[in-house]
Ligand binder design. Structure first.
Ligand code: 5GP
Length: 182
């Protein structure tokens, strides 16, 4: 059932499920027999990560990193800060960044630059959603789920002021929700 604050469902639960399975199949081929470190970018990518890893045939190592560029706003500040670093060393390891959404590309460019200084064996990027038209910084994404229009989305891990992450679909909020004090 649609949450009362949601104006429009962009991607249904069923479509997400199908897409995640398709992405896992591709990863199963590309990482067959390997033990890559999956770097999940907190907090938005956690739901995607949880669904994705349960369809993987290889044994990934999980690690988490937290960066901030939005600070409870719906527009990127353009300044990326590292809030929490990885626990694992990635030197000489195959690394796959798991991200919920790429918008301006600033966050992933920063992360890629940062992680490459640690000399991983390989570094690839897997995102569920891509707002291609919003790109400010060029970034090569290796695995993409859906290309979506320039609309601020919530659900399936994505929040607005830390809310709506639990919704099983990806949707757009009613405009009046942005004006209400949370
Ligand atoms: P970028 O640095 O590419 O502009 O943005 C990446 C980050 O911005 C994502 O990890 C995500 O946290 C946030 N972001 C970008 N677009 C959206 C959106 O439509 N909804 C939500 N909830 N977060 C977004």
């Amino acid at each position: 059932m649609k949450h009362p604050d949601i104006k429009e469902i962009l991607i249904s639960e069923a479509d997400i499920k199908k897409k995640v399975s398709r992405m896992a199949k591709i990863l199963n081929k590309d990482y067959k027999g390997q033990k890559p470190i999956l770097v999940s970018v907190l907090k938005g990518s956690v739901v995607f990560l949880c669904d994705l890893i349960r369809e993987l045939d290889f044994a990934p190592v999980l690690d988490f990193i937290s960066v901030s560029s939005y600070a409870d706003s719906t527009e990127s500040s353009g300044v990326v800060r590292l809030l929490m670093d990885l626990r694992e060393s990635i030197v000489g390891r195959d690394v796959l960044i798991i991200e919920d959404i790429v918008d301006t590309g600033l966050t992933l460019s920063y992360l890629k630059r940062n992680l490459l200084t640690r000399k991983p064996k390989s570094l690839k990027i897997c995102v569920l959603l891509d707002k291609k038209e919003c790109r400010v910084k060029k970034i090569d994404v290796d695995y993409t789920g859906f290309v979506i229009p320039n609309k601020y989305c919530v659900g399936y891990g994505l929040d607005y002021c830390q809310m709506y992450r639990h919704l099983p679909y990806i949707g757009v909020l009613k405009p009046e929700i942005y004006r209400k004090p949370q």
